[in-house]
Design a protein around this ligand. Structure first.
Ligand code: THU
Length: 140
């Protein structure tokens, strides 16, 4: 079992980034043409992937990161140790604010790897991307 605060190994990081890249090909992005892939390393050690799925109503579109988190949770996972996201950009691009909040629920200190079309990478943690977050502790 992996705790949500554990750092992924270099092999796990590579696998996550490769999975995010692969699943981006499945993105349904006919409006933005911006195909995103995400992969999360869950507490069991398994990897779950997701892509963005857009909608003609635009506002109902879902990001790749949230699709991956929801898949992991539906499989019974409750903690996430790391996320990789792959955007079709020249520079690595971190998750949007809504995704940061959803990711926080399952791994406030998770490792976040941002990959793109170039070799550029951002490797950071969610607590740096979402400081002073609202979370379950805030409800006590
Ligand atoms: N998108 C993601 O899937 N993840 C991000 O981190 C940023 C944006 C999607 C949403 C939409 O389908 C498209 O990219 C353009 O914003």
């Amino acid at each position: 079992m992996l705790s949500a605060t554990m750092h992924p190994t270099p092999v796990q990081r590579r696998r996550l980034a490769a999975a995010a890249r692969r699943v981006a090909q499945a993105a349904y992005a006919p409006y933005s043409k911006f195909r995103v892939g995400a992969a999360v390393l869950a507490g069991s050690g398994r990897i779950y992937t997701g892509c963005n799925v857009e909608n003609a109503s635009y506002g109902l579109s879902i990001c790749a990161e949230r699709a991956a988190v929801f898949k992991a949770v539906a499989a019974g996972e409750r903690t996430i140790a790391a996320l990789a996201v792959r955007t079709p950009t020249r520079k690595p691009t971190p998750p949007c604010g809504a995704c940061r909040q959803v990711l926080h629920e399952f791994g406030p200190a998770m490792t976040v790897i941002c990959a793109c079309r170039s070799r550029g990478r951002i490797e950071t943690t969610l607590d740096r991307l979402l400081p002073a977050a609202f979370g379950r502790k805030s409800l006590r």
